[in-house]
Ligand binder design. Structure first.
Ligand code: FEO
Length: 389
């Protein structure tokens, strides 16, 4: 058996996926990830909260080898990296009751072909007793699927939060231990997965704020033994606060857009505006997503391919539109050879962004003095807009 003790009767029994480098075939995982599963042993009953990615079912089975009886299997979230080994758990512990939220029932049936008669749903605020420990379920929809919920163990002040408040990283350390790298991984995770659901997260944070919490046990990454750190970070990330910062994702093919980006970024820096540049031909899109969490402005730079945006820029615009950063302002800069509809093409990809478009600067061929002057004026406009932040 493999188990890491959080407190008496509470162990983490999941998997470290050290080698995974991509999630959803999209999101970079520079430090791997973990699929945390929790064993809760009360004086009368035993529960397992969430399972692991089915790719690791054999290793998970070995982790469970000394657990003779389980009364409850609890699914806080139906996505397969946590639910995928639940069918195996149900075979291993046929008398266990599978508990989930009502919205999860259909998802577990559809995704894992679980017999619906084997599922029991719990209501919002319902508590089950394990004897000297109890678990109270709190619906926290849209972190990041509609069915998600958390479980609160009040006797030990532990909140089991599944994806919510988690971080993608594999490691031997069980707890965050105030390591800034864990918070950075959590911000990356928030940016990539949670950011589109800011208003739901705000409401969910309001539900867990009144709880007395010593530990937050998510389904990815270390257990938070400094829970205030991640809760207050989330409160900031979902707030309306933005930084005096311009994020500039761009591509350059023959150097003209690069020259424009360099001039523009220097004009911003001269004015005391923070800039973060991302050359999309080499960038880690996770870092770009993190930069977008609190940037006031996004300026997209693109050359023209045929008459539209460069496909890599278009791809990034689609991603930015999907993760819905709270930026207040946007602009497009770039270049073209003989004709262009690049600016319209990019803006059409950003309907979800609630931004004021401050303008565009587009150069034919080499960026010459007139275009550089326009970029200087755009930098000044952004500086003036940011003074109100
Ligand atoms: Fe970690 Fe939404 O699954």
């Amino acid at each position: 058996m493999y188990a890491r003790k959080i407190l008496d009767g509470i162990h983490e029994i999941g998997i470290q996926d050290w080698g995974r480098r991509l999630f959803d075939s999209l999101i970079p995982l520079p430090d791997g990830t973990s699929y945390n599963s929790y064993l809760i042993e009360g004086s009368e009953k035993t529960a397992i909260i969430d399972s692991v990615d089915p790719e690791f079912a054999d290793q998970y089975l070995a982790n469970l080898s000394e657990i003779a009886k389980v009364d409850y299997i609890i699914s806080l979230h139906s996505e397969q990296d946590h639910s995928g080994s639940i069918p195996m758990l149900m075979e291993l512990y046929p008398s266990a009751e599978l508990l989930c939220s009502p919205k999860a029932k259909d998802l577990l049936v559809e995704h894992l072909l679980i017999d619906p008669t084997k599922l029991s749903t719990v209501s919002d605020g319902e508590t089950i007793s394990l004897g000297d420990k109890s678990l109270t379920f709190i619906y926290t929809p849209w972190v990041h699927w509609p069915e998600t919920m958390v479980a609160y163990l009040k006797e030990d002040r532990v909140l089991f939060s599944c994806d919510f408040l988690g971080s993608h990283s594999a490691g031997s350390e069980l707890f965050d231990d105030d390591d800034p790298a864990v918070l950075e991984a959590a911000k990356r995770y928030y940016a990539e997965i949670m950011m589109p659901f800011k208003s739901a997260i705000r409401q969910n944070l309001g539900k867990i704020r009144p709880l007395k919490i010593d530990f937050i046990a998510p389904s990815h990454g270390p257990v938070w033994n400094h829970p205030e750190k991640i809760i207050s970070a989330y409160e900031d990330w979902v707030s309306d606060r933005v930084e005096n910062k311009v994020v500039i994702p761009y591509i350059s093919m023959h150097g003209s857009t690069q020259k424009m980006v360099d001039h523009f970024s220097r004009e911003l820096i001269k004015r005391g505006v923070k800039v973060e540049l991302f050359d999309l031909s080499v960038t880690d899109i996770g870092k770009l997503a993190m930069a977008l969490v609190d940037a006031a402005t996004i300026v997209i730079g693109s050359p023209t391919v045929h008459v539209g945006p460069h496909p890599i820029v278009a791809n990034t615009a689609i991603l930015a539109n999907a993760i819905k950063p709270k930026a207040r302002y946007a602009a497009v800069i770039g270049s073209y050879g003989w004709a262009t509809k690049m600016v319209d093409g990019i803006l059409a990809l950003l309907p979800n962004l609630k931004v004021e478009v401050l303008g565009s600067v587009v150069a034919k061929g080499q960026a010459k003095a007139a275009s550089l002057d326009e970029l200087t004026q755009l930098a000044e406009l952004i500086y003036l807009k940011h003074r109100d932040i």
